[in-house]
Design a protein around this ligand. Structure first.
Ligand code: FCB
Length: 436
């Protein structure tokens, strides 16, 4: 039986990282992408060297007063050749989980965070039903290695971003821009989530299951323009809730203007989700007509005067509160699985933290069953297409020595955490634990 939020830990407050962005030395489809010159920011290389320093990272998080640590398991490390599982790699993750638990940190484990083993796109790609079974096998081996210490799994990180970027926009591996392939990939990604949920219910029956969904606000680029407003409203619903609802209803009908429609049904999705994970960063401004390249034609504006981040994103905490309310309408506990700011100078981060945790409290006050907040990120890390440019860390990382140095906002995070964890969670109906 799984219960979330956990009776012994009704609120989570912590940090989030992902395997490829911190571990280093993990050849996979992204490594090939970098080698082919498809990133703007160069190669990942040793990242923050966390494969060798995870215990140090755990201690840093504990020192910040966190009670949760989100990380992901690298499929390419665990199954470097199809069907051949790497026992030492699984044992290494197990040791890390043991360390987290010993430090009082709830391990929040993501099973898929953008990367794939090198064999995946040729042998069992997402466009083929064999991907579902392949993912299920990997999840089974991982859950066996980590059970029963892990009580919270996220099957996928931002599956919609993978779909749009990897299959419709060609920006990230596997680099397709093909609506038919995208339709098949969407079907199999959702089926793979359901398959993983089934495997987890069997292998880790006490664990809760979620998905980390990227949410964005959309606004009219030309204020007062009715077409822009209409388009923004459509994009907001499509990107945020229409996709997410597929996980609870088992049905989807997504229209991506102008010519793409994905429609489908997977009954196995019923009951596959115990919580909704929300990754939130920013708000986009859109102009009618719809852009043809899905991910690239949006603009960031600073209409609220809070400033743009180092990577040009608008800081929009009021959008955060509204999107959390949308996520809450699914009737499941909501966990913020990522939220953060690229800010090398640490000039924006303190106010960013304050305003976003305040937005969380506002959403909670409005009845959203908020289960916790995980900040992106503990460390400066490899930011995908942007390489080492954007600095998201509460700790800066020296690229040569990998020494971690706290930014002043690490102290702000610590203080916010104290009051967040001290505040009793809402005890209305929506906030009661989900029992399965
Ligand atoms: C999210 C990703 C995460 C990180 C942040 C900045 O979309 O899940 O890996 O890159 O953006």
């Amino acid at each position: 039986m799984s219960a979330f939020p956990f009776p012994d830990r009704p609120r989570l407050f912590g940090v989030a990282v992902s395997h490829y962005q911190v571990e280093g030395g993990d050849p996979c489809d992204w490594t090939d992408w970098e080698g082919a010159g498809r990133t703007k920011g160069g190669a990942c290389g040793r990242a923050t060297d966390s494969w060798l320093r995870y215990e140090e990272d755990a201690a840093l998080a504990a020192g910040l007063g966190a009670n949760a640590f989100r990380f992901s398991v690298s499929w390419s490390r665990v199954e470097p050749r199809r069907g051949a599982f790497d026992a030492p790699a699984l044992a290494r993750y197990r040791r890390f989980v043991e360390r987290l638990v010993a430090l009082g940190l709830e391990p929040v484990v993501t099973l898929h965070h953008f990367t794939h083993p090198r064999w995946f796109h040729t042998e069992t790609p997402w466009t083929s039903p064999s991907s579902v079974e392949a993912f299920g096998r990997f999840v089974r081996e991982t859950a066996r290695a980590l059970s029963p210490l892990v009580r919270l799994y996220l099957t996928f990180n931002e599956p919609l971003v993978l779909l749009l970027g990897g299959f419709l926009d060609g920006q990230i591996p596997p680099g397709l821009a093909d609506a038919r392939a995208a339709a098949r990939a969407l079907d199999h990604l959702l089926a793979a989530h359901a398959e993983a949920a089934g495997v987890l219910r069997a292998e880790a029956p006490a664990a809760a299951i979620g998905v980390a969904h990227n949410m964005l606000d959309f606004a009219a680029d030309r204020p007062g323009n009715p077409f822009d407003a209409l388009f923004a409203r459509h994009a907001r619903r499509l990107y945020n809730t229409a996709f997410l609802e597929a996980f609870t209803t088992g049905r989807w009908n997504l229209w991506i203007p102008p010519f793409t429609r994905f429609k489908g049904r997977r009954d196995a999705l019923a009951g596959s989700l115990d919580l909704v994970g929300v990754n939130y960063y920013s708000r986009l401004h859109v102009r009618f007509p719809a852009p043809t390249r899905v991910l690239t034609r949006f603009r960031y504006r600073d209409r609220q005067g809070r400033g743009l981040t180092d990577n040009g994103w608008e800081i929009a905490p009021s959008s955060f509160a509204a999107l959390l309310a949308d996520a809450g309408r699914l009737g499941l506990p909501v966990l913020v699985t990522e939220n953060g700011v690229a800010d090398a100078a640490d000039a924006l981060r303190p106010a960013f933290l304050e305003s976003h945790v305040a937005a969380l409290a506002e959403a909670e006050g409005g009845g959203v069953p908020v289960a916790g907040y995980l900040h992106w990120s503990l460390l400066d890390n490899f930011e995908w297409l942007d390489g080492y440019g954007p600095k998201f860390g509460l700790f800066a990382v020296d690229p040569e020595t990998f020494e971690r140095r706290p930014r002043p906002s690490a102290g702000v995070f610590r203080e916010i955490g104290k009051s967040f964890l001290a505040r009793p969670p809402r005890r209305d109906d929506a906030q009661k634990s989900v029992h399965i």
